[in-house]
Design a protein around this ligand. Sequence first.
Ligand code: UDX
Length: 441
Amino acid sequence: MRGAGVPYRLTVLGTGYLGATHAACMAELGFEVLGLDVDPDKIARLQRGESPIWEPGLETLLRKHVGSGRLRFTTSYEEAAAFGDVHFVCVGTPQKQGEFAADVSFLDQVVDSLAPHLDRGCLVVGKSTVPVGTAQRLAARLRELAGDHVELAWNPEFLREGFAVDDTLHPDRIVLGVTSPKAEMILREVYAPLGDVPIVVTDFPTAELVKSAANAFLATKISFINAMAEVCEATQADVKLLSKALSYDERIGGRFLNPGLGFGGGCLPKDIRAFMARADELGADQALSFLREVDAINMRRRARMVDLARDMVGGSFRNRVVGVLGAAFKPNSDDIRDSPALDVAVKIGQEGGAVTVYDPVALDNARKTQPTLGYAQSALDACRDADVVLLLTEWQEFVDLSPHALGEVVAVRNIVDGRNALDAPTWREAGWIYRALGRPQ
Ligand code: UDX
């Protein structure tokens, strides 16, 4: 194994949102990196320096380091095992079909495929979000298949989509779940080029739990303000002003306190459910029963959005045209996994509304999963002849829309701002009926 002045060679196993970003960023930090995925098409694209996802700054880094030769890709575990001193495992842990629990089978597959080829000392580092206890189980499996010269560490990743490159190169903190000083030393060396970042060294279960706890906290904060929005709706109070007033309290802070359609994406929803399922297995279900409410509040926002829109078109979507702005689960991403925007669009379509969706980058992904919805190539086209316009993902392009220009193409100037992103007085002055979640009419 290299080290002590000779840089480690890194592999990244799984090249999805997390892995593709991690591979490119580790190359940017100066390492030789080999990325692996079982999907040959994805590997072919990456090998050409093309990003498999829309993520600001990622393709630039991929091109740069594929070009420099520092970053390569493969589908061969044998090659990865021969190349790497440190193997980062970055595969997905999606929600199981019909259950709350996480499906960790991709992790098992990585360990089972890699371990038999590991014939020299190396460190395997899990980055995926997992149910607590997974690392200990995988460490035993690794030892069984590869022997004592191979060690496991757990190093959760906290990157946000849309800011993935920046978050990876400038993390808030690094958590190292290790069982030996050697593993800690190797990871400290790997992350040394990041500079002065707080490092918290823990055991396996704590490292796993930090990630689950962080996502549970963020989801709770969003659902808290959305619960306040429900109360505001019942009293004609304004949740946006409420949130602003709360945010000046330093103990509370304003981040993740934006009321609206709530959270979606590939992480928060499935991670809080997996956390509850794991707590259940551990007999600690009561500790996390509040997350059930967090989830329920979040899902109620989507239903409330549909209700508001239906209200604005006279009580039924039949023969009504609905323009939907946004398909991605949040701006600056083409990710539509568990997207609140797409969920609302589909529900309205199911109620008979003629829905046309526009999103700056997520249209292809949306069309693949929801082929029955209508799609347009611009915001104005999506809203042509609309009886109501719904802003469901707060892309800057939508915030910058002119209410006058949009007013020219719609049938009726009705808008529901699902993200509390627009300036209500400006829209009302331009003749729109403006409604938003948690705001007075
Ligand atoms: C999240 C965590 O932030 C990240 O640390 C973890 O590694 C993965 O999960 P991400 O899924 O990329 O990251 O999105 P995030 O920016 O957290 O937003 C999640 C959802 O919450 C989005 O749908 C967003 O629209 C919504 N949200 C966020 C709100 O509704 N209100 C807010 O105030 C903030």
